[in-house]
Design a protein. Structure first.
Length: 273
């Protein structure tokens, strides 16, 4: 696993020893295994934990992450969505037309990008299964915009930090096995809001295909990177303006995070949840 990750970092020129690295850590097996691997490979990586206010699940994941960081003397910062921004993911999801996972996903992207101010690279623990299932979802709906942005490395553009995914060659079962072998205690419970998560459903489908044709996930994802992505405008820079509310990058007038937050904060007062 350590060699696979080192090879991925090298092949995609993700970062070098002099770069300041920030890793999004959730308390799950992937991000903690990756933190361990990067540290073993000699990189110095700070962690950022996003407390999303999802009941016990969030507090437990935070405890596990803190314990891991303390045991290895790693630097870790916490962003607390309810305390720092005034709403939780369940609150935000209650009054939106979007699914909980979509609100959660866009909030994480926003907060991680903001937290990475002062760092060169934002590292995330997306693995082979995550990426293959996301790709399948984008192909099934022909979401050409997302297809153009699915890549192991997203270079920095004005307002957006460089993002990299060193675990893309590693399957979910492997990170779980690695975590166990390395004695890493991680959050085994699934997020209680997972019902309706399309990526999870697609992962199950991909696992069935993988059983019948071993290696198909890898071929699907890496075939896309090597031969498909270029047809969807991969590498073209998005046209971004500044959000009128927070100043962050956005393609519209007000960014998606500010719109979600404004609704979540306004809702209880209007009583229209
Ligand atoms: Fe979708 Fe937690 S909000 S899995
Ligand atoms: Zn904004």
């Amino acid at each position: 696993m350590q060699r696979q990750v080192a090879r991925t970092i090298h092949d995609y020129e993700m970062f070098g020893g002099e770069d300041r690295l920030l890793l999004g850590v959730s308390g799950g097996k992937d991000s903690l295994a990756l933190w361990d691997i990067l540290t073993e490979l000699g990189y110095s990586v700070d962690g950022i934990y996003l407390h999303l206010g999802i009941g016990e699940y969030s507090s437990e994941s935070l405890q596990l992450t803190e314990r891991f960081a303390a045991s290895r003397r790693l630097e870790m910062r916490i962003i607390d969505l309810p305390v720092d921004y005034g709403f939780s993911i369940p609150q935000a999801a209650a009054g939106q037309s979007r699914s909980a996972c979509s609100v959660c996903g866009l909030s994480k992207r926003y907060l991680l990008n903001e937290a990475a101010d002062g760092y060169d690279v934002l590292v995330t623990g997306h693995n082979l299964d995550d990426e293959a299932a996301t790709l399948l979802g984008n192909v099934l709906t022909w979401n050409t915009e997302y297809l153009g942005r699915q890549a192991p490395v997203l270079p920095a553009v004005e307002g957006l930090v460089r993002k990299v995914k060193p675990l893309i060659r590693v399957a979910e079962r492997e990170t779980a096995a690695y975590a166990v072998l390395r004695g890493i205690e991680y959050e085994v419970e699934e997020c209680p809001m997972v019902a309706g998560n399309t990526v999870n459903r697609l992962k199950e489908r991909m696992n069935l295909l993988e059983e019948q044709s071993p290696g198909v996930k890898q071929q699907f994802l890496f075939g896309f990177f090597e031969r498909g992505a270029e047809h969807f405008g991969a590498g073209t820079k998005p046209e971004l303006g500044s959000c009128l509310s927070c100043g962050g990058p956005t393609t519209g007038a007000v960014c998606a995070f500010c719109r979600v937050r404004d609704r979540a904060i306004r809702l209880p007062e209007k009583g229209d949840a």
